[in-house]
Design a protein around this ligand. Structure first.
Ligand code: ZN
Length: 284
């Protein structure tokens, strides 16, 4: 991705090196953590999982931290991607007579306290509607490259754009509707609703890529493939197969690899959020 000359965002909250410990996380049990691992790539409401893991009392204390030039560069890259999503969604919202409220991106290391509860890096990046912040431990990108076979900067950009997609869904009121509907639905129906929301966030990530490239020609050869590899790498079928060797479609919360790629592509082709209505089609 061509990003070096891009604008930097002011909405990065750097909490790396701040130690947060969740008392009782061990008592919460490995079961809860594994559940979170499977369920939370990316953007599942962490409160759902964390409530099951018990109440965690965080203790914070500051530690002076130093970061390698690579880490600092990655932070800068995140800041450019975030700024680009601000520009794209700002324009799209303006076009429909609305104002885009920019989300914050919290960078953390190890564990973090959010309005949605205490979260560990192993749970993956997530968005918390309660404080309208994206949470990311950038070491996740090592996982993305190695465990999920999705290296490259545009794979990383996709992750941020997907979480920003959740923010957009929150601003549009979709997240709240889904949350309310899920509380009345069976587990299987609830999962199906969650999948639709996740695929819409993927489609929104594609919408961002479309406009960013149209306005700023950010794409280099291979970038689209990197994003698609990331979307596929965190598909429920692939994650479940890795975690337990078999696949249970009723328990999907984010969509299959094929679905995630297809909806990202759709957003990227059209650049129109109106093409991202995942709640309409009977077949996703
Ligand atoms: Zn998500």
């Amino acid at each position: 991705m061509r990003w070096e000359r891009g604008r930097r965002s002011d909405n990065i909250e750097d909490r790396r090196g701040i130690r947060v410990s969740g008392k009782g996380i061990a008592g919460g049990g490995i079961g809860a953590i594994v559940l979170a691992l499977v369920a939370m790539y990316f953007g599942m409401d962490p409160a759902v999982v964390l409530n099951q893991a018990g109440t965690l009392a965080p203790a914070q204390d500051e530690q002076p931290a130093t970061f390698s030039p690579e880490e600092e560069r990655l932070k800068e890259f995140m800041s450019v991607v975030l700024a680009d999503t601000e520009d794209v969604w700002g324009t799209l919202f303006q076009g429909s007579g609305q104002r885009y409220q920019q989300p914050k991106l919290v960078l953390f290391s190890g564990a973090v306290q959010s309005a949605c509860g205490f979260a560990e890096a192993a749970m993956g990046p997530f968005y918390c509607p309660g404080d309208q912040k994206l949470y990311l431990d950038m070491s996740f990108f090592n996982d993305l490259a190695q465990r999920h076979d999705a290296p490259g900067d545009f794979a990383q950009a996709y992750v941020v754009a997907h979480e920003v997609g959740h923010h957009v869904l929150t601003l549009l009121g979709v997240s709240e509707q889904v949350h309310a509907a899920r509380s009345r639905a069976s587990q299987t129906e609830g999962n199906a609703l969650q999948v639709r929301m996740e695929l819409q966030a993927d489609c929104f990530a594609g919408v961002w890529a479309h406009h960013a490239n149209k306005q700023r020609q950010i794409l280099e050869p291979g970038d689209t493939e990197e994003a698609l590899a990331a979307a596929a790498g965190v598909g429920d079928d692939r994650l479940q197969k890795q975690a337990r060797g078999f696949v249970v479609p009723e328990s999907f919360t984010h969509g299959s690899s094929e679905q995630r790629m297809r909806w990202f592509k759709r957003g990227m082709q059209h650049g129109d959020p109106g093409q991202c209505d995942t709640f309409k089609p009977a077949q996703l």
